[in-house]
Unconditional design. Sequence first.
Length: 287
Amino acid sequence: MYSMPLYRPPSEARSLIIQVTEGCSHNRCRFCYMYKCKQFRMKSDRELKEHIEWLKPHYSHAERIFLADGNVLCLKTEKILEMLDYIKKEFPNAKRISSYSGPLDILRKSEEELKSVREAGIELLYMGVESGSDRVLSLMDKGVNQSQMIEAGQKAIRAGFKLSCMIISGLGGKEMMHEHALESAKVISAINPHYFSLLRLVVEEESELAEDIRKGSFQMLSPMEVLEENILMLENMELEDCIFRANHVSNHVNQAGTLNRDKDVLVTRLKVLRDSGNFIPMEYDTL
Ligand code: SF4
């Protein structure tokens, strides 16, 4: 059984999801509704064993495993190592294990601890950067500032992880649109992750940001402004061999490429779309 709701990155659609924790230990980001209904907790050894016994008959040959929920890396290192050992024994064909990770989880661990987790089997971490702007990170209560975010990303890569970073288009609202674009480009460039995903802000009723919008203290970007923001962000990124995707259900425009190699093509396409007068965004707004 899974404790619902259950989330995973789009690229883990074919992975077996093992839910070793429930919720997110931070659970304060104003835009985030994912785990508002859950109190963070770790499964007991007995619960994890039962969970795996339930999964095994159907997924015994799983080659990719995603560890849910929000941030498994916040667990004590010994616990993670013990758990990975158990999971690898139960799923011996697993070639890739991945999980979400908060920047604070990475910063709290020493490089030696991170390396031991990497060597024990977690290969890929998904880190929600959300924004590179100090003001946006603070407004959204992300729990870290720009320099901590850069340090967390660089530390994960130094420890040997593959790193996937996410930025949310529109998270600065109208007021901080340019700052959000430029500072996010700066942070992603400084980290130079293996993968970079651009999502678009979608506000659900359960989030605190919904209240900010109702009060008028936060104004969502129009689709055209999101397009402008994306252009500015991409134009200012300096990356090496970074696989870029903007193909989440939230995105108005699907984009894919490798940065910086495809930067000019991607930016040109967005500009052509902007100037065409034919930009009809795919909509997924709830507010
Ligand atoms: S965005 Fe990530 S860190 Fe923030 S509350 Fe949601 S799951 Fe937790």
